[in-house]
Ligand binder design. Structure first.
Ligand SMILES: Cc1cc2nc3c(=O)[nH]c(=O)nc-3n(C[C@H](O)[C@H](O)[C@H](O)COP(=O)(O)O)c2cc1C
Length: 351
């Protein structure tokens, strides 16, 4: 596996995955403008390195919602890992645990919540939630998640309806009885979110009232994923969320949103230290990482590269991706004279 070069890794993954799995993984919505621009936006930012600083010891450790991790790298919630590996999310969670990284399990996972929890080791796990119309079914799910030792519930709010992907429509995924959304009521066969037969069944346009309900209903910390505006971010914190995640869902639902690199500073300013701010979308290099942390993100979530590693080499492949990113972050910190994350401040980035 070529974890030194993500372009090469993506091509290896493409060769290994069924074409429909690759299309589902790679695609953005509509013209894929946001999916592409997310990556470009981090690359366009320029670093202002500091010189002659003591960089003999680099410390990437940090606490996320009270849990200590080796580095601020998180596996983003992504549904349907069995489209990429027979052991699905258990394999990914094992790799995250081995790398000491936090792992977010998606509602649309293909492995049981309890089996994934068993792969955790000492690494923190969070549960990404899509609220279903039937509230009592959601309550059962929330209680299972808490009992399995997940530390936080991450409510995704950026897709009140699903977006559309011409790429995924051209290479449709055919559901199979072996790959199910196993934690959903009735364990339906896993269809992708771009499959018209899936639309309307699992989603439910949320409102602020649902967030307030969730904060009251579960003792776990609430994170809100899919925030791109400062006013929304501060309202999430006022409603009781402990963290917001600046994300446009990897450009997979609403195309032509602001990039996450552009939205991050506004959100950080609005939250003003009253909660944690994480970010995802298009982060592929240690230098991207450092820029995100400098602009105020506490942690960064990684999406598609995790699935490339998973399909090429299972847990070992995912771990190689996580280790590679951490090594690149360390090198970027060394080269920019930034020995600790506390020293990754906004003046490190030219705007
Ligand atoms: C195949 C795939 C499935 C995804 N499924 C979900 C999901 O079920 N819930 C969710 O909140 N985000 C989902 N996402 C979005 C990711 O959590 C994350 O926001 C995005 O992938 C980050 O961008 P990146 O892939 O450029 O790193 C998915 C992303 C991909 C690539």
């Amino acid at each position: 596996m070529d974890s030194l070069d993500f372009d090469a890794l993506e091509q290896q993954a493409r060769a290994k995955m069924p074409p429909a799995s690759f299309a589902f993984c790679a695609t953005g919505a509509d013209d894929e403008i946001s999916a592409v621009e997310n990556i470009a936006a981090w690359r366009q930012l320029r670093l202002r390195p500091r010189i002659l600083r003591d960089i003999t010891k680099i410390d990437t450790s940090i606490s996320l919602l009270g849990a200590q991790v080796a580095a601020p790298i998180v596996v983003a919630p992504m549904g349907r890992h069995k489209m990429f590996h027979a052991e699905g999310e258990c394999e990914t969670a094992r790799a995250a645990a081995a790398a000491g990284a936090a792992f977010a399990l998606a509602t649309n996972a293909n492995m049981p919540i309890e089996d994934v929890a068993a792969a955790r080791g000492s690494a923190p796990q969070w549960f990404q939630l899509y609220l279903w119309p039937n509230r009592s079914e959601v309550e059962v799910l929330l209680d299972r998640v808490a009992a399995a030792g997940f530390r936080a519930v991450m409510l995704t709010v950026d897709s009140p309806v699903y977006g559309w992907s011409p790429r995924a429509a051209r290479i449709p995924h055919h559901p199979s009885p072996d790959v199910r959304n196993i934690n959903m009521p009735g364990s339906p066969m896993a269809r992708t979110s771009y499959d018209t037969a899936f639309k309307g069944k699992v989603m439910f346009p949320l409102t602020w009232r649902d967030l307030e309900w969730l904060v009251k209903r579960t003792p776990l910390d609430i994170m809100v994923k899919g925030v791109l505006r400062g006013d929304d971010a501060s309202r999430c914190i006022d409603a009781g969320a402990k963290a917001v995640i600046v994300s446009n869902h990897g450009g997979r639902h609403l195309d032509t949103t602001v990039t996450t690199a552009a939205a991050l500073p506004e959100v950080v300013a609005a939250v003003a230290g009253k909660g944690e701010v994480d970010v995802d979308g298009g982060i592929r290099r240690g230098t991207d990482f450092l820029k995100a942390l400098a602009l105020g993100a506490r942690a960064v979530m990684i999406g598609r590269p995790i699935l490339w590693g998973l399909s090429v080499n299972g847990a070992a492949g995912v771990q190689a991706v996580l280790d590679h990113l951490r090594e690149e972050l360390v090198r970027a910190m060394q080269l920019s004279g930034t020995p600790t994350l506390a020293e990754a401040t906004p003046d490190l980035v030219a705007r």
